[in-house]
Ligand binder design. Structure first.
Ligand code: ADP
Ligand code: ASP
Ligand code: MG
Length: 423
């Protein structure tokens, strides 16, 4: 008997019919003798619907208490889907109980809309499991130390599931979604994308942080920190497929490099349309400039991603960086109001129509020329590279958004990703 955590995404929970299917699948696992904890997302579209309602009522500059209410609101989506799943399981003759985050409780920081999980109390859940019940715990949400409801950021149910699995020392955390595993790139953009049988934890971490939305990055961080065995698989296989076959399907996130079956230099391509580029032109080329610009940005709680500083001409240089698109206008205003006058910089330019395309692979550590191949492929497609950033196992470029699909497809082909053999 094992303790297994299942997580079902919004599409998998998208209708009562699908919820009934999830219930049948979970009941099958429970009847096979496993202790089952299930973490559902809200039904597809529900979180967007709720946030849309809030937007209709929100003034241009919302007050300080606004984010608290957004979390209070958005968390209802998961509460509804969890209760529906418990009802569906009970209808299957399977004892089940659902809990909202605060009932477990899942304790988080107070950073509304992007709270971090601090601890999970496993007592109540263990009691129910020992009494033979399936336990359903809402994804995406928790409670802060003042009993305020918090949420974990979009896609946060993945993180809830892995954190619950870590707290319960579960044998495995299975992330059921609308694709049958982690692919070499988003299969909705590149139809030739191939499912990976295994992907290393480090590669998954890079892919998630570089834009592959199949897993929320923090869920991968949790899996790495607590060594939670984790698999991504489809919720659209027939619910009554053989459980042993199901248990081996999808993509396993591995922690040992030699568990990795594929030997490709590049394992995947990630892309991200969520960033915007900002350039501060004509800043004096002297110590303290980067700190002056980025310090002001950091003080405003704005995260910076790719950064470049050009060589100086006549003692002046240009300084560019990217921020999340949601922070774009605020960053420009901040630079114009506070930083430019003090620096004597000439101007601030911005471009929100950019994207970041990244190649990822642990094989890049031991191979030279991978980045230059990437640049050659892009140049052959006539795509101008605006910024570059590298680490041991990834190379990212910032390019014009309109070339995103072209770039991803060309790179996918050039690095033979459509040829990866699934073993
Ligand atoms: P869920 O609602 O189950 O959490 P998400 O929409 O958050 O599902 O994540 C699944 C989606 O992630 C897929 O439908 C796919 O379009 C997208 N995706 C992006 N990159 C990848 C990738 N490398 N492999 C698989 N899916 C990916
Ligand atoms: N329902 C939340 C969202 O749409 C959390 C999740 O689906 O993981 O972001
Ligand atoms: Mg998701």
């Amino acid at each position: 008997m094992a303790l297994i955590v299942h997580k079902y995404g919004g599409t998998s929970m998208g209708s009562t019919e699908r919820i009934a299917n999830v219930a049948r699948r979970v009941a099958k696992w429970a009847r096979a003798g496993h202790q089952m904890v299930v973490v559902p997302s809200a039904m597809s579209g529900e979180t967007n619907r709720l946030l849309g309602l809030a937007k209709e009522l929100t003034p241009a500059k919302p007050g300080a208490d606004y984010l608290r209410e957004l979390d209070m609101l958005a968390a209802t989506g998961e509460q509804a889907s969890s209760a529906l799943l418990a009802i569906a399981l009970q209808a299957e003759g399977m004892p089940a109980v659902s809990y909202a985050g605060w009932q477990v409780p899942i304790r988080t920081s107070s950073a509304y809309t992007k709270a971090r999980i601090d601890s999970i109390d496993d007592q109540r859940v263990r009691g129910d499991l020992n009494a033979g019940k399936v336990v359903i715990i809402t994804g995406f949400q928790g409670v802060d130390e003042d009993s305020n409801i918090t949420t974990l950021g979009r896609g946060g149910s993945d993180t809830s599931a892995v954190a619950v699995a870590a707290a319960l020392k579960a044998d495995e955390c299975l992330i059921y979604t609308d694709v049958d595993g982690v692919y070499t790139t988003d299969p909705r953009v590149v139809p030739e994308a191939r499912r990976l049988q295994t992907v290393s934890f480090e590669e998954m971490l890079e892919m998630a942080s570089l834009g592959s939305k199949v897993l929320q990055i923090r869920s991968v961080e949790f899996a790495g920190k607590y060594k939670v065995p984790m698999r991504v698989l489809s919720s659209f296989t027939p619910w009554d497929i053989d459980i042993n076959e199901e248990a081996k399907s999808g993509t396993l996130i591995t922690f040992e490099e030699d568990e990795q079956m594929e030997q490709a230099v590049v394992s995947g391509i990630a892309f991200n349309r969520d960033e915007a580029k900002i350039s501060v032109l004509g800043v004096p080329d002297k110590p303290g400039i980067a700190f002056h610009i980025l310090g002001a940005v950091a003080d405003a709680n704005i995260e910076v991603d790719v950064i470049i500083q050009n060589v100086s001409k006549d003692g002046k240089t240009d300084f560019s960086f990217t921020v999340h698109r949601n922070d774009y206008a605020r960053t420009i205003d901040l630079l114009k109001d506070k930083v430019l006058p003090a620096l004597g910089a000439a101007d601030v330019l911005g471009d929100a129509k950019i994207c970041k395309v990244s190649i990822v692979g642990i094989g890049m550590r031991s191979h030279v020329g991978v980045a230059s191949k990437m640049f050659r492929v892009l140049s052959e497609e006539g795509i101008n590279i605006q910024m570059i950033s590298t680490s041991e196992i990834k190379t990212s470029v910032v390019i014009d958004e309109k070339y995103m699909e072209l770039a991803v497809r060309a790179l996918h082909r050039a690095f033979d990703l459509d040829q990866v053999v699934s073993v």
